[in-house]
Design a protein around this ligand. Sequence first.
Ligand code: ZN
Length: 319
Amino acid sequence: MTNGRRAIGLDIGGTKVAGAIVAEDGTVHAELRRNTPGTSDADTMDKLLVEMVDELRSGEGGEGVCAIGVGAAGSVEWPVGRIRWAPNNSYRDWDVRGHLERVTGLPTVVDNDGNVAGLAEARLGKIRYDDMILLTVGTGVGAGIVLGGQIYRGPHGQGAEVGHMNVNPDGPQCGCGNFGCLESMASGTALTRMGRSAAAGDPEGMIATLARESEGPVTGQHVTMAAMAGDTTAQSLFTRLGRALGIGIASVNAIFEVEAVIIGGGLVDAGELLLEPARRAAREFAYAPAARPIPPVLPATYKGDAGKIGAGLLALEET
Ligand SMILES: [Zn+2]
């Protein structure tokens, strides 16, 4: 049982901001969700976060709240709590921690969203780990590396960006501007790109047909639906994507030697279509497989909730 300490966890993404009251054992007492405003500049976002904190604190379960944790997409300076830059939001050099502490009076921690999600999986997942990597395969590829039970952040808090590890210098351009990052090969964005190319080459195929029926352009979701319905073209795209993911897994495991690699994010809904080729490539490209254990590649315990739970948990551990 918990000693009753609770924190507010906030997860800032490119499309939504999720909030919750989180107890030390990971129990969620109240939840809230807002769309990320179109102009996600610092002033607009400050106002939104304060509103969410006020609503959660004054609602059911809010009486024991003693801290705030924020997980945010982008490059976050730790422990300063300033978000320097984010690929999908317009905030720059945003002093999240300073503002929230001044306005709410609550101690606040701010970290990268992949880091806090990794913490939630390591501490509270179905299996607990001291040394693990979480890869969240969604619009991009987020990552959290937990070593010796602690989040690995690098000297300024901006390390562990496994999604921007290069796996193919001749590969497609990434949202960060480089070419052939893991994210450019193994994300929902990559699946959308591959799906559009497949649909253009086969306008009567299932991917193109599903997109036509939804009266929109081909997205990764159409590819996922087609793959799960047995379409071999869509399944082959998952095989390519999973293989790229597995190459990335082999490389990070060569460096860190972890107990497990956990896969979260929206694309893990495709299950074995994604995980099986990832495991295969992780074995194929493993360093010294006769001598070193190959870590299991497992689906995450918390899917979309890992960010806000991990943010709340980090606040309880660090304040
Ligand atoms: Zn990149």
